[in-house]
Design a protein around this ligand. Structure first.
Ligand code: FES
Length: 139
């Protein structure tokens, strides 16, 4: 089974989780009590479930995430303009990966972590290729 390693911003391991291949990353994090906000319940609307993937960056992304990021970047939200930033509700765990939860601020300001999330990716995913640059990530 793939292993998801959750690290903080200093790279310190917070948690190691084994998950079934194909599990939605957000679901895996919630089910294993990783402190992550997911305000819209995993529907690719709120961006609070954002993660940075340091190792095992997926080579595919959902079209809905791609279109949302394009809009956000155009509106000046440059934090979404990075090949390792994903919405965890739009990621299926296929291989080992190392992630950090990006929205530290959200974790402080939100009383509730968010609505329950479904097992599968919502909306039904239309996959696009995602290019992972050689220079990125833990080798
Ligand atoms: S975008 Fe809202 S939980 Fe992922």
């Amino acid at each position: 089974m793939p292993k998801v390693t959750v690290v903080d911003f200093m790279g310190k391991v917070q948690k190691e989780i084994e998950v079934e291949k194909g599990t939605k990353l957000l679901k895996a994090l919630i089910d294993n009590e990783v402190d992550i906000v997911h305000t819209c319940g995993g529907k690719a609307r709120c961006t609070t479930c954002r993660v940075t993937i340091h190792k095992g960056v997926p080579t595919k992304k959902t079209q809905v995430q791609h279109e949302l990021f394009e809009k956000l970047i155009k509106d000046g939200h440059t934090q979404f303009d990075h090949p390792a930033v994903f919405l965890s509700c739009q990621v299926e765990v296929e291989d080992d990966m190392t992630v950090s939860v990006s929205e530290e601020f959200n974790r402080v300001i939100h009383d509730s972590r968010g609505k329950d999330t479904e097992d599968g990716i919502t909306p039904d995913p239309v996959w696009m290729e995602h290019e992972v640059p050689d220079w990125w990530g833990i080798k």
